[in-house]
Structures are given as C-alpha cells and as structure tokens.
Design a protein around this ligand. Structure first.
Ligand SMILES: NC(=O)c1ccc[n+]([C@@H]2O[C@H](COP(=O)([O-])OP(=O)(O)OC[C@H]3O[C@@H](n4cnc5c(N)ncnc54)[C@H](OP(=O)(O)O)[C@@H]3O)[C@@H](O)[C@H]2O)c1
Length: 209
C-alpha cells in the first residue's frame, strides 16, 4: 500500500520503518520540509515538501503530530483527504490533570466531527514509538487495536497493522478511540509513576492466541 505519514518525529519515523519493512511505500511530511527530508532519509522513505503533496495518491494517511497541531494539519489539508482513510495516531496527554482528557471525546471523534468526509480510523496511539517500530516483546506480538465507523477502512488498517507486526484486533466503532487514548495515557502515567523504561505494550492474554 502507499502510506503517507504526516509528522516525522518519534512516531512518524517508527511507523515509516515498520511500514517499509512490511513492504509498503512510505512518503513523509513534517512542519518543516527539511525535517521531513532528514527523517525520510534516515529510514529510507520518500519525503514530500508539504502535507498536501504527501497525501497525493495515498491508500492510507497516518497523522503523527502533536495533539495541538491537529487543527493546523487538517485546515492545511482541506479537501485533499476527503474519502481517504486517515489513521489518527495522536494522544492528548495531560499527566497533571488526566480528568481533562478522560472526560472529553477522543481526538479521533473530534477529527471525524469536523471533517465528515474523511474516513477516520484510530490506531497505534496506545503503543510507544519504540513498539511501533518493533511490536514484538519476548517473542509475543503486541495487540494492534483499530477503531472506526467505516468497516472497509478499518479492514485496510487491520491489514496494515498486521503487516507491521501487531496482532490485528478490531476494537469496534470510533467511540472506542476514547478507550484507546485512555490506554495511551495510562501507559505513559505508569512509566512516570513507577520509573519504568517506556517499553511496555498492550497484550490481551487468553484465547484466541
Ligand atoms: N512518542 C510516542 O511514543 C507516542 C506514542 C503514541 C502516540 N504518540 C502521539 O503521536 C503524536 C506524535 O508524537 P511524536 O512523539 O512523534 O512527536 P514529535 O517527535 O514531537 O514529532 C512531531 C512531528 O509533527 C510534525 N508537525 C508538527 N506540526 C505539523 C504540521 N502542521 N504539519 C506536518 N507536520 C507537523 C513535526 O514537524 P517538525 O519535525 O518539522 O517539527 C514533527 O515531525 C503525538 O500526538 C503523540 O501524543 C506518541
């Protein structure tokens, strides 16, 4: 598949690496075209000089920018992602006041509400970037949860998630993005609270294996 990744930081680079390993074509963009070019070179992906250029012809677009940049990104994209599968991999982390995040709709639902023509799917946000690059821990495939309204879009994302190395798990409708974002927040707060090494990933144990 042709994958466009908007955001060329920790997450963008990690997903570029694992997508390339999974046999996909990857184009990356960033706020600064120089940063995109540098990141793309470091992983062997293509760089685009703008977000609009990056998403041209993409089967799937992954959004990997800070939460507070989502508005800029979608305003800039305009209609370029209408009818396109867009994975929201973002988290809104507030460790001082988690209630602010837990009491609100998810980033993915906000995107869907503001851009109804976009086929929004939530995935990857519950994993640390290191695990997105390599989703296997002690020989065990981590779970790759996927939530969204559009089943066809979700099926394509489940395919991508599996090709990257996660066990693909359909987590239900887009409202479940609230749970997936809370899982991201919980994992972050656990690392800080217990001084853990930022390597944990989510895995449901029990059948089916
Ligand atoms: N780090 C993790 O382990 C992790 C795990 C799960 C989810 N997340 C979530 O994933 C998102 C990205 O995290 P990160 O750690 O990768 O952040 P990061 O390393 O700070 O990278 C952010 C990237 O977003 C780009 N960006 C900012 N505004 C942009 C715009 N208007 N258009 C295009 N690109 C833009 C930046 O471009 P420049 O390079 O030009 O500044 C940068 O490449 C966040 O929402 C975070 O909560 C992170």
């Amino acid at each position: 598949m042709k994958i466009a990744i908007i955001g060329a930081g920790n997450v963008g680079k990690a997903l570029a690496k694992s997508s390339l390993r999974g046999g996909h074509k990857v184009t990356m963009s960033a706020a600064s075209p120089e940063n995109a070019a540098k990141a793309a070179k470091s992983v062997g992906a293509h760089a685009a000089s703008s977000n609009v250029e990056a998403v041209k012809g993409a089967d799937i677009v992954i959004i990997a920018v800070p939460y507070d940049k989502l508005g800029d990104v979608f305003r800039g994209l305009g209609s370029a992602v209408d009818d396109t599968i867009v994975i929201d991999a973002t988290n809104h982390i507030n460790t001082e006041n988690p209630a602010e995040v837990l009491g609100a709709p998810s980033n993915a639902e906000e995107i869907q509400k503001r851009h109804p023509k976009v086929r929004v799917v939530k995935a990857f946000n519950y994993a640390f970037a290191s695990r997105m690059a390599d989703p296997t821990v002690d020989g065990i495939r981590l779970d790759g949860f996927v939530a969204g309204e559009d089943q066809d879009a979700k099926d394509k994302v489940l395919e991508l998630v599996e090709s990257i190395g996660f066990r693909p798990v359909d987590a239900g409708p887009l409202v479940m993005a609230r749970v997936l974002e809370a899982m991201g927040l919980l994992n972050v707060t656990l690392q800080i609270r217990h001084n853990w090494p930022w390597q944990n990933g989510w895995k449901l144990v029990g059948p089916p294996a």
